[in-house]
Design a protein around this ligand. Structure first.
Ligand code: UDP
Length: 370
């Protein structure tokens, strides 16, 4: 029998406490999913690194805080790098708790892009589900995810088809998108503002291309986000006339969206196969059109000509030309797209459908995995 109300154990990323910003887009994904799942009446337990903050309005969620050393991200590892689990690491401790709590839950939902939880999946009793947050950034992770896709296809979901295309999967990917609390984003209609860019300041995000567009147009570029790679930030800053970049820092969502909503366009310039691209959807939620490279998640999220413009990857002249056409985009249409496709409610429903399909598959004698 498939339950209608699920009891779920959610396991946070081990890269930093929730609310620190170190987890990148995964933090926002978790917050909106927790809110969305609660609104649907599901019961949640959150296992997260010590110091994590529950999303607002979610104090009823039981949180197990776990002490330990942060896990290094796969994001900047060499493609053939080995698994590293530091001494006193938080990762195995999160999973000790998760497996114990999972024994009395319907499913355990993992948000960390790490070897351990995926490797554990066929080896433990609780049903582990993985929302994969990156593309194939490591060969080892890629192989492991592909193996799991063959033995436990329903246990994997992805944010976009573009992200999933990095993996040789045994069946069509389960794609759940992402979700946002729209009450946190205000539609701003005036489209006459500055150029904006947002994201972790790190080479794979391609800030230098957005800066080149600002320079060519003789405009300033407002930049929001965590400076993850200080030497990269300094080299981008040194490559342009002073004052071109206006560093706004890493702001809480309320302030971030208020400032972002003033922009006439958000430039999104990924150099990697971005799994989703939260900032793209946050801009759209504020009514800000997005001009982006047709690469990774943003290439799938933006409806070129309706919510922004897509240009060929790494084509800076194309970006510049597209910026001159943002006045053709209706800012209401941008917001509307988010309401229909990426609200926290829509996202939570997709995730529940995925987990229920996994539970059903477990119960079917043909697909029995245990
Ligand atoms: N962000 C923020 N404040 C800022 C700038 C960015 O909270 O001033 C958040 C933003 O809401 C988004 C995350 O940083 O959730 C960046 O996520 P994205 O998916 O764009 O990229 P990732 O860092 O996961 O590669």
């Amino acid at each position: 029998m498939t339950p209608s109300t699920l009891r779920l154990v959610l396991v946070a990323t081990p890269i930093g406490s929730l609310g620190s910003g170190r987890g990148g887009g995964v933090e926002l994904t978790m917050s909106s999913l927790i809110q969305g799942l609660l609104a649907l009446g599901h019961q949640l337990v959150l296992v997260a690194p010590e110091g994590s903050l529950l999303p607002s309005g979610c104090s009823e969620v039981e949180m197990r805080e776990v002490v330990g050393v942060d896990q290094p991200s796969w994001q900047h590892a060499q493609p053939n790098a080995p698994v590293i689990i530091p001494s006193d690491a938080v990762l195995p401790r999160l999973w000790e708790h998760a497996i114990e709590l999972g024994k009395s839950a319907d499913a355990v939902l993992n948000f960390s892009y790490d070897w351990l939880p995926i490797w554990l999946t066929p080896r433990v009793k609780p049903d582990l589900f993985h929302l994969i947050s990156m593309g194939g950034v490591s060969r080892l992770m890629q192989k492991l995810i592909e193996e799991l896709s063959r033995s436990h296809p329903y246990r994997l979901a992805f944010h976009t088809h573009r992200q999933a295309s990095d993996f040789a999967l045994s069946q069509d990917p389960i794609v759940v998108g992402n979700g946002f609390d729209l009450a946190n984003y205000e539609l701003q209609i005036d489209g006459g503002g500055p150029l904006g860019w947002a994201g972790r300041v790190a080479p794979e995000k391609g800030l230098e291309d957005a800066v080149a567009v600002a320079t060519a147009l003789g405009e300033r570029l407002l930049v929001w986000g965590l400076i993850e790679d200080a030497s990269y930030a300094a080299s981008v800053e040194a490559s342009v006339a002073s004052g071109t970049i206006e560093w706004r820092g890493f702001l809480p969502t309320a302030q971030f969206q208020k400032q972002l909503g003033v922009c006439r366009v958000l430039l999104n310039t990924p150099k990697w196969n971005e799994a989703y691209g939260n900032v793209v959807v946050e801009a759209l939620a504020c009514g800000v059109p997005v001009v982006a490279y047709d690469r990774g998640g943003p290439g799938e999220l933006i409806d070129s000509g309706s919510t922004g413009w897509l240009v060929s990857p790494d084509d800076v002249l194309g970006l510049r030309a597209a910026v001159s056409r943002v006045n053709e985009i209706d800012r209401h249409a941008c917001r509307k797209w988010v309401e229909l496709s990426a609200s926290k409610e829509v996202f939570a429903r997709r995730v529940v459908k995925w987990i229920l399909s996994g539970i059903e598959a477990n119960n079917s004698p043909i697909n029995s995995w245990h």
